[in-house]
Design a protein around this ligand. Structure first.
Ligand SMILES: Nc1nc2c(ncn2[C@@H]2O[C@H](COP(=O)(O)OP(=O)(O)OP(=O)(O)O)[C@@H](O)[C@H]2O)c(=O)[nH]1
Ligand SMILES: [Mg+2]
Length: 319
């Protein structure tokens, strides 16, 4: 079981201000108070949805803010209330107040709504302050600020397949090409520092993939980003081993990773495995055909140029 977890700030909108205004009509030189009230600020809701599978839409954006209410206008026109902000989360999402650690709610149903931050009420226009003795109140109130909360969302997911390989092999590029999840891709080692989950839809089933940080020699002893992530491999039902096809010695590159897996737990080598040689767009036709001879069991793809991704998708689905 993997926990997808994100920390975000939610801000409800501020209420609009009430205003001071006076009735102005022909033949009514000293009109009474006429200022409208401010509109309510938008609230922030979490809404259960089956169109999202992970918390990845909260990974890189950190602040989610509903709009402010409008200020009042003259002629007692009230400012418009702001729309609420609805944030879609998968079923099973646990909403936690990050400051107190308290669980606020569990989103278990599609369509379930939970108001996490309440919009501020609008302020009052000057008509509210008119009294028998004060017909010309120079008074109004400002709208109230919306609630602001630091929230942690957690979702337990079971990953079906894991992408493993050396740093920079293209694992994150593959998970984003296959699942559309936003994963950090970088031309340097250890771009990925935490597991990223993505869900591959298609056919009748959905398959959850996990992209792990790159493995280096000694990973099972905690080197690099260490064995912290190897534990996830015990639970997956298949392993997708990604190798950079431009590596000078692919056999060695493969066996380095296999050794790490075996040293961590020999059972990992018994799981169904797909060997993927990525970045074939960088090979010339001759290099490619010779690699195909040497690694006839492998799939040859380019995540970047989207070559043979369907073959990979099918292989994962049929494993
Ligand atoms: N030419 C080419 N470049 C690729 C391809 N796939 C990935 N890359 C590039 O290779 C680099 C590494 O890609 P990532 O997807 O971040 O690799 P990773 O295996 O997730 O790396 P770590 O997270 O560090 O382990 C990036 O600069 C990618 O743009 C490909 O098919 N062709
Ligand atoms: Mg990566």
């Amino acid at each position: 079981m993997l926990i997808d977890s994100v920390e975000i700030t939610v801000r409800a909108g501020r209420g609009g201000n009430g205003i001071i205004a006076w009735r102005r009509e022909k033949y009514v030189p000293f009109g009474g108070p006429d200022g409208g009230d401010g509109g309510r600020g938008g609230s922030v809701y979490f809404v259960g949805s089956n169109n999202v599978d992970t918390l990845s839409s909260f990974r890189y954006r950190k602040v989610f803010q509903a709009a402010d209410g409008e200020n009042g206008r003259s002629k007692r026109q009230h400012g418009r209330a702001a729309e609420d902000l609805e944030l879609l989360v998968p079923q099973g999402t646990v909403v936690i107040d990050d400051e107190s650690g308290k669980i606020l709610t569990d989103i278990t149903e599609v369509g379930q709504r939970y108001r996490v931050a309440k919009g501020g009420v609008g302020g009052l226009g000057n008509p509210h302050f008119a009294t028998a003795t004060n017909q010309k109140p120079e008074e109004q109130t400002d709208g109230k600020p919306g609630e602001v909360k630091k929230i942690r969302l957690e979702l337990q997911l079971i990953a079906d397949a894991a992408l493993v390989g050396k740093p920079n092999a293209g694992k994150s590029s593959i998970i984003s090409a296959l699942t559309g999840v936003e994963a950090r891709i970088g031309a340097y080692a250890f771009s990925t520092t935490e597991p990223v989950l993505g869900v591959m839809r298609g056919g009748d089933e959905t398959i959850t993939l996990v992209d792990l940080p790159g493995l280096i020699e000694g990973a099972h002893r905690g080197k690099g980003l260490g064995d912290k992530f190897l534990q996830h491999l015990r639970r997956v039902s298949q392993i997708i081993h990604v190798v950079d096809a431009t590596e000078s010695d692919i056999k060695i590159a493969i066996s380095e990773i296999d050794t790490e897996l075996k040293e961590y737990d020999p059972i990992l080598l018994e799981k169904p495995k797909i060997l993927v040689l990525n970045k074939i767009d960088l090979l010339n036709p001759k290099e490619l055909s010779s690699l195909k001879k040497s690694f006839s069991q492998a799939l040859f793809i380019s995540a970047q140029e989207k070559i043979n991704l369907n073959d990979l998708r099918e292989a994962i689905q049929s494993n």
